[in-house]
Structures are given as C-alpha cells and as structure tokens.
Design a protein around this ligand. Sequence first.
Ligand code: IZC
Ligand code: ZN
Length: 408
Amino acid sequence: MSLLIHHIGLLATPTGSRAKSGDGQGDILLIEDAYVLIEGSTILRVGQGEPEETADERIDAGGCLVTPGLIDAHTHLVFGGWREHELSLKLQGVSYLEILARGGGILSTVRATREASEEELEEKAAKALDTMLRHGTTTCEAKSGYGLDLETELKQLRVVRRLAKRQKVELVSTFMGAHALPKEHADDREGYIRLLTDEILPAVAREGLAEFCDVFCESGVFTAAESRRILLRAQALGLRSKIHADEIEAIGGSELAGEIGAVTAEHLIAATDGGIDALARGGVIACLLPATSLYLGKPYARAREMVRRGVPVCVATDFNPGSCPGSSLQLAMNLACWYCRLLPAEVLTAVTLNAAAAIGREKEIGTLERGKRADLVLWNCDNLDHLFYRFGENLAGTVIKEGRVAAG
Ligand code: IZC
Ligand code: ZN
C-alpha cells in the first residue's frame, strides 16, 4: 500500500542518522511545495512538486507545515494516582526534595503504584498516550521507578510492554529502580542497591523488559558513586545508561555520564561548565526538560552553552505526577525557545533526530528521509516559526504513524 502526502506548504526536517550538535543542531532541510511518498510503513521518497509515480492513497496537505513525528525521549509514563495535594504545599514554599524527604513526592506515587492493578495502570497510561498522539507525539520513552521492589518494577515494565502492542505510540522502555530509596530500605541504602544490582536488574534483563537503565543522581537520593555502581552493573547486563543529572544540585552526575558513556544526561538545570564539557567529551546527549523548570519554579538549563560547547541537545516533557503533570511536548518546545533560547530549527532537531538518538532509534526515526519510518505530523500552520510562536493550543492536525493516519 502506497500513500502520497502532497501539497505540503513547507516540509521541515533534520537529516541523517546521528545526533546533531553545535551548528548542526539548527541545520535542517526545508522544502517548499513538497511531497512525501510512503510505501507501507516506510518513506520511499521526499521531494518537491509532484512525484512521477501514482499512489494507492493521497492526502492533500493543503499547504501546511509537515515535520517528523515528535519523539518524547523522557517520561515517567506508568504511575498510580496523581499528586495534586502537593500543589498547595509547593505554593507555600515547601520544596520538591523536602516533600520527598517527608515521605511524600515520589514515595507517595510508589504507594499508589504498588496498590494499583496492572489493568488500572495500563488503562491510565493508554489514555495519556492517546492524548500525546493527538498532540503529535509518535514515539515515547517510558521509565519505571514507582515500584522500588521486584514485583512492582516488573509490573510497571510489563504494562509498558503490553501498551506497546495495543496502541499506536511506539514505546521505548527504561528501568529506573534507582528513583528513590523505598521506605522499607530507608535505613539500609546498601541493602536496596544490592537488591537493584543482584535481583531486580538481572530479572529485568532476563525478561528483556528494558533497553535503558536510569538513575536519579541527586542530593538526598543517589550519590554519583552509587549511580556509577548501578549503571555499570546495568551495562554489564546489556542496558544502556541514562542519568537524571544536576536537576536540582550538581553532585557529579554530568561528569559520571561522560565517564561511563551514558547515552543521555537528563535535566541538567544546575550543570556547571565542567559538567557540560564532560558531556561533550563523552558524546552524551543533553536531554532538557523545560516544562519541569516551569512547574518547579526553577531556572532553565543553559542550552546555548551546551550547543556552543558541542553537546547535542534533546528536549522532552518529563511527564510525571510530581514535577511535570502534563504531557504536551508542544509546551516544552515553546519553553525551549523562550527560556533556553534555542531557535525553532534547533528545537525541531531536539524533539526529532536528537530525541531519536536519545532512545537509540536514530537509524529508524527522527527525520523525513528515504528508508526511515513514515511518522509525521501535518500541522495547523504553514511555517516553522508559527509552530513555536503560538502556545497553549494544540496545533497538531493529522498525525501519521508508520504510514497510517493515527490521529486527526
Ligand atoms: O515523580 O517526582 N524528578 N523524578 C525525578 C521525578 C522528577 C518524578 C517524580
Ligand atoms: Zn524524569
């Protein structure tokens, strides 16, 4: 089955199959009056005007902007409950880490996730994915980390595996058992780290439930030395590394990411110049989450400095019930412009090709080029600047996933 999408006013896409950094971050391909010819689930050709071949089906894009499908490379997708009771606390000045230290925050979501059935977790996450798809997200990374015991961590990851089969957003799974110390190990850090490295990680690897392992390397959570131990054990079991680094305080997470060849370092709000250089040296992608800065009232990551120092920048939502209870990648894209000072073309690369590389999918998705998967968005606007200039409304029109209309 072939599908032609023609009369595209402007096609905007990064090119290639490697993360882009420096000047390359904003170096995108722009084609006016473009078409995309799709065969099955794959792009056959992208060009200008009309192709010579006929197609089984046609979609007239009516002069709109078309980009690759958005890729959300950082979410905590599967969780029980919400945390609206923290809103008033936060408004009264109680900090995110203080709420966690009092046994709330992540630990309250852990309680709700342990109590929830697999079916409940699955239905809830399926709804979130449906919303994301309608907003242009065609691929999404999903972390565990609200179980913090063998049974519930596996439960979360199995939910992701089932969701991957039953709905349209493509999912990439990350194990994040090192998200907090569970209450039963509050006075036994060593015991919990052993549980992770000796029992839970081997079980995750045995069942093939995750491609990545992530650690919350943060003051009061896991130290850089503990994070190193957990991530190296995960690497030995075949799981590539991600690190929540320098979100609130810089305690060596970026340096560790560079040292152990992590694929990504996440947040980086408090990253130092030395930390940014360590990322550049290690070829680590910076995964920035500006909607979390907005929600926690924190500064924004120094994206311009990262681009200047040669670090590829990715932008994602961080969708989770505590620090980012919203799944709009479009909002994160707006914030990346206004507060991280990235240009529209740079942000486009950040949520497509660099996001694909952040989840190990740069050869398959992230650009509109021959041989890549046909994931794309027809936007309700006709130029790239417009997409970033508007905010608070969903501008995604028709969303195509693997060559089929998935939403809109
Ligand atoms: O549930 O608070 N930062 N982990 C690290 C989170 C935010 C998610 C949460
Ligand atoms: Zn996160």
